[in-house]
Ligand binder design. Structure first.
Ligand code: PMP
Length: 412
């Protein structure tokens, strides 16, 4: 992999694209390290959304007037940008949704619910976010299928032979994160997909935490469903994508009924629209979709190779420095990680640490990160999580470490 410098990555220039970064918090320059919860938005995204509202605001797809046509063209151009980012075979495979949560629920209810029977199994992993656990539990209650959970090791890596052992002809779906939000672990997606396919299962990959850090290349990953949250990849809140193979989407019933998802409605029988509109009932988040398209183009312009290299250097610096902080325990030390670091401090509640860091202008997340089984696995109620994005700097890593020394002084 090229280094960030070799790829010509200029983080100070990149920072000028993000207005929110340039503010003081409690008298200190903001150090924003809560990117896994949501990322800040580049000017390109804000401008695309403002342009829609200021100039093109109209409902899409059915209007004959100029504004509606411009809005439709922007929305469909955004879909093409997402298809390019995800390396989808066809923009028809890009379904706009509210976020990764809605994408997983859509697959559980539309793909899986009509197909699963008692005795069938859904295989997930111990590191999943609640949004890749609860929809499958609900599905199992509805269908009589059984949920299986592949364990993780003490470093927070999936135990791949156990995942393989739990796969059988009963497994209809395997669903797992590309990147864990609580641990930073990057899963060996291609190998897991191949194993699951060999067992005859379909594979859903939760890419919510991957798309900001790694190229979410569905062609290379070989999965069947891929879920993205727009707001974590520098796009607007309430935007996201479900990617699925066209033949699977064709075979799935609509998730919701309403306007735009139909071809014709008669009281005797309604016929459904073509892909992807069959899955986009009602007026969508038009500005959100357009903003997400701008985020995809922004990421493509910077290039994931350069982004990944930059973030990996931040991760290495932070991991080395945090290990020197007295009483700090890293939670999640898998060999392959994205730039997400969870930790605890002896004798300090994570919320207290987070509050003191906030007084220094440093934004981190504290809590269970919607991954309570992970917390249970490591025997902690909560962690502090610092998560880095494409605009963070080595100096911000140092600010975090200095902030943690302040926390320790308070609790000394
Ligand atoms: N999966 C993972 C791994 C996540 O981190 C999150 C958000 N924290 C989600 C799914 C759900 O994303 P959203 O809340 O945007 O739907």
């Amino acid at each position: 992999m090229k280094t960030a410098a070799a790829a010509g990555y200029d983080v100070q220039r990149v920072r000028t694209d993000f207005p929110a970064l340039h503010q003081q918090v409690h008298g200190h320059p903001l150090v924003y390290l809560d990117n896994a919860a949501t990322a800040q938005k580049p000017r390109a995204v804000l401008d695309a959304m403002a342009r829609f509202y200021e100039r093109d605001c109209a409902n899409i797809h059915r209007g004959v007037h100029a504004l509606s046509q411009r809005a439709t063209e922007s929305y469909e151009a955004a879909r093409r940008a997402l298809a390019a980012l995800l390396h989808a075979a066809d923009p028809r495979e890009i379904v706009f949704v509210r976020g990764a949560t809605e994408a997983v629920n859509l697959v559980a209810q539309s793909y899986a619910r009509p197909r699963l029977r008692p005795g069938d199994e859904v295989l997930i992993t111990w590191m999943e976010h609640h949004s890749n656990i609860v929809p499958w539990q609900m599905l199992c209650e509805q269908t009589g299928a059984t949920l299986r959970v592949a364990p993780i090791d003490d470093a927070g890596a999936l135990i791949v032979p156990e995942f393989q052992r739990l796969l059988s002809t009963r497994t209809r779906i395997a669903a797992f994160a590309h990147v864990s939000n609580a641990l930073g672990t990057i899963n060996p997606v291609r190998a897991l997909v191949d194993q699951a396919h060999a067992a005859g299962a379909k594979v859903l990959v939760d890419g919510a935490q991957a798309a900001p850090h790694l190229r979410p290349d569905v062609a290379a990953l070989g999965c069947d469903f891929y879920c993205v949250s727009g707001h974590k990849m520098y796009g607007p809140t309430g935007s996201g994508v479900l990617w699925a193979r066209a033949e699977l989407l064709e075979a799935m019933p609509p998730y919701q009924g309403g306007g735009d998802m139909i071809r014709s409605v008669r009281f005797e029988k309604t016929t459904y629209n073509d892909l992807p509109f069959k899955f986009e009932a009602g007026t969508p988040n038009i500005a959100g979709g357009i903003g997400l398209g701008a985020a995809a183009e922004y990421l493509l312009r910077l290039g994931h190779e350069a982004i990944t290299a930059h973030e990996q250097s931040l991760l290495a610096r932070a991991t080395a420095a945090l290990q020197q902080v007295p009483g700090l325990r890293l939670i999640g030390t898998a060999p392959h990680k994205a730039a997400v670091i969870s930790f605890t401090l002896d004798g300090v509640h994570p919320h207290d640490a987070g509050t003191i860091l906030d007084q220094e202008g440093i934004a981190v997340r504290t809590g269970h990160h919607c991954a309570q089984p992970v917390m249970e696995r490591f025997g902690v109620p909560a962690t502090v999580r610092a998560s880095f994005g494409l605009y963070n700097t080595p100096e911000e890593v140092d600010a975090l470490v200095a902030g943690l020394h302040k926390v320790l002084e308070v609790f000394a």
